[in-house]
Design a protein around this ligand. Structure first.
Ligand SMILES: Cc1cc2nc3c(=O)[nH]c(=O)nc-3n(C[C@H](O)[C@H](O)[C@H](O)COP(=O)(O)OP(=O)(O)OC[C@H]3O[C@@H](n4cnc5c(N)ncnc54)[C@H](O)[C@@H]3O)c2cc1C
Length: 500
């Protein structure tokens, strides 16, 4: 680990970057010297890297670096560290919190991992593969599949998000219930530290109790501690059978009870359990071509549930039918449809996965990525819905998500014809109420999307003081000059913010 040196002109404060001298032409020349001229984008060519996925932030940049090797990343970081140039790692830019977007100073360097995109090796006997950080998630899933294995991380953005981004945000998705979050799917990492040194633990060990879990600190660090260049990832047996159902449930409590019943009846075979509100169907059928309502009659809440197994002969459809049938008799389930083919299954998942896109097409919205213990979920939804209808009557609540993990995207959408900007002007007030509610029920204000730039103040509000203090100490230890993704996760020190 790097130690803070005596020449620490930034005083070891997080975020103390890019203020000693103005990087510009000379810095760009030095970067070109490392990367080659065509691998440093400047001017208008940087444009696609300067706006975050949701359009919340627009930054400026000294340039966009597109290194092809770990050695280039190492030299580049050593240079930036020496010249106090802030570095913003950039994956697929699908993150929801502005973490991959540079600030407005024009003094930060965006470091895209897109060209570090090789699957270095697949080891079926060890059930692992090594992927470079710029591999698209779908590419890793495909490499696993070619080796008759499964890489289970699955997100709506899997066609464009990168493994480095998934690791750095500790991504969740639709299979967490069974396989865990990204943190649970990692055996080792290769990371370039702020000063250019390379840490590597890619041997694929499942057991390695040798002191502090340094590697674990980079997972969910959102590029603030170093640049992940490769990872050894866990593989699992391929799925040989699935059964998927779309069911209307009486209410959120019924959904939670149904999940418990499915788990009891099928053991570890419940791989996904997603809650979808009526408005999710209305928005997707209206805005996404080809999406249809699977049930026809209108109900307030639905679940999309999937059982899966590595055994082809597993009676999953029978288990699902039996549990849903009993739940229908008990009034927990009001209607249900089983996918009869892969095409029907894909259509159900398309409905679920296009809710964010449909919500975007509907107009402005507010997003809240909360989690609570599963037992508290019905209370959160009841109290949160009531708060929204009382305080923001003009907005439409779009609450959906990975309910099997207690994770809801408790979003609000502008109604059509609403005065533009009226809803977003109230973002802070709405967020405060909903985050306070989640935390009061033992939950989190950031279940799977991370902190980025968007939730820095929220982290300060809700994290215990001791935890924050330790996070700042970790940041100083790894990045004494504060060059790594300044202002993300932890606030940049006030003096530095003023300068940039
Ligand atoms: C349609 C849609 C559905 C989504 N569904 C889910 C979901 O179900 N679950 C979920 O968790 N998220 C979801 N997301 C959010 C997003 O896809 C994830 O956060 C994803 O992991 C981000 O990966 P990325 O490569 O796009 O990272 P980016 O957005 O490029 O970056 C995210 C953060 O990671 C840092 N970073 C990127 N690469 C590296 C690296 N190599 N080393 C160090 N730091 C790095 C960046 O600086 C930034 O702070 C969804 C997004 C969309 C658009």
């Amino acid at each position: 680990m790097p130690a803070a040196g005596p020449d620490d002109t930034a005083g070891g404060r997080p975020g103390a970057a890019a203020r000693d001298g103005a990087p510009g032409g000379a810095a760009q020349d030095a970067l070109r010297g490392i990367l080659g001229a065509e691998a440093l984008l400047t001017g208008a060519a940087c444009e696609p890297y300067l706006v975050d996925q949701r359009g919340l932030y627009r930054g400026r940049a000294l340039g966009v670096a597109l290194p092809r090797s770990v050695a280039q990343v190492s030299r580049l970081l050593a240079l930036c560290n020496a010249q106090r140039i802030g570095v913003v790692p950039h994956g697929g830019n699908t993150g929801y919190c502005g973490g991959a977007t540079p600030d407005e100073s024009g003094r930060q360097l965006v470091l895209s991992l897109a060209r570090l995109n090789r699957i270095r090796s697949v080891d079926p006997a060890n059930d692992s593969l090594i992927a470079e950080a710029g591999c698209i998630l779908a590419q890793v899933q495909e490499a696993a599949s070619q080796a008759q294995r499964l890489f289970p991380l699955s997100l709506g953005s899997e066609g464009s998000c990168q493994i480095g981004g998934n690791l750095s945000t500790n991504a969740g998705g639709t299979s967490v219930l069974r396989y865990g979050m990204m943190r649970d799917l990692v055996l080792g990492l290769e990371v370039v530290l702020a000063d250019g040194r390379v840490l590597s633990s890619l041997s694929g060990l499942r057991k390695d109790n040798t002191g502090y879990d340094i590697r674990g600190l980079f997972l969910g660090a959102e590029g603030t501690l170093g640049v992940i260049t490769a990872a050894s990832l866990k593989l699992f047996p391929q799925i040989a059978s699935t059964a998927t159902a779309f069911a209307a449930v009486a209410d959120v409590r019924a959904a939670v009870t149904l999940l418990a019943r499915l788990r009891a009846a099928s053991g570890e075979r419940v791989s996904s359990f997603e809650l979808i509100p009526r408005i999710g169907i209305e928005l997707t059928t209206q805005h996404i071509p080809g999406v249809t309502d699977p049930l026809g009659a209108s109900h307030a809440w639905y679940v999309l549930c999937e059982l899966s197994s590595a055994r082809a002969a597993e009676p999953l459809a029978a288990i699902l039918t039996e549990v849903l049938g009993a739940a229908l008799d008990d009034g927990l389930v009001l209607d249900a449809a089983l996918a009869g083919s892969e095409r029907e299954r894909a259509a159900l998942w398309r409905l679920r996965e296009t809710i964010p896109a449909a919500q975007r097409k509907q107009g402005a919205g507010l997003k809240h990525d909360i989690s609570v213990p599963l037992s508290a979920l019905p209370e959160f939804v009841a109290r949160g819905s009531s708060w929204v209808s009382t305080h923001v009557p003009g907005a439409r609540l779009v609450a959906y998500g990975h309910v099997g993990d207690g994770n809801l995207h408790f979003n609000l959408s502008e109604t059509q014809g609403a005065v533009r900007g009226e809803l977003t002007a109230r973002a802070a007030e709405v967020q405060r109420a909903l985050h306070d509610l989640a935390v009061s029920l033992g939950g989190s204000f950031s279940a799977e999307h991370g902190i980025g730039r968007l939730k820095v103040a929220e982290l300060e509000r809700y994290a215990p003081a001791t935890e924050l203090e330790l996070m700042r100490a970790v940041k100083r230890a790894f990045d004494p000059h504060g060059i790594m993704n300044p202002g993300k996760v932890l606030r940049a020190a006030p003096a530095d913010r003023d300068e940039r």
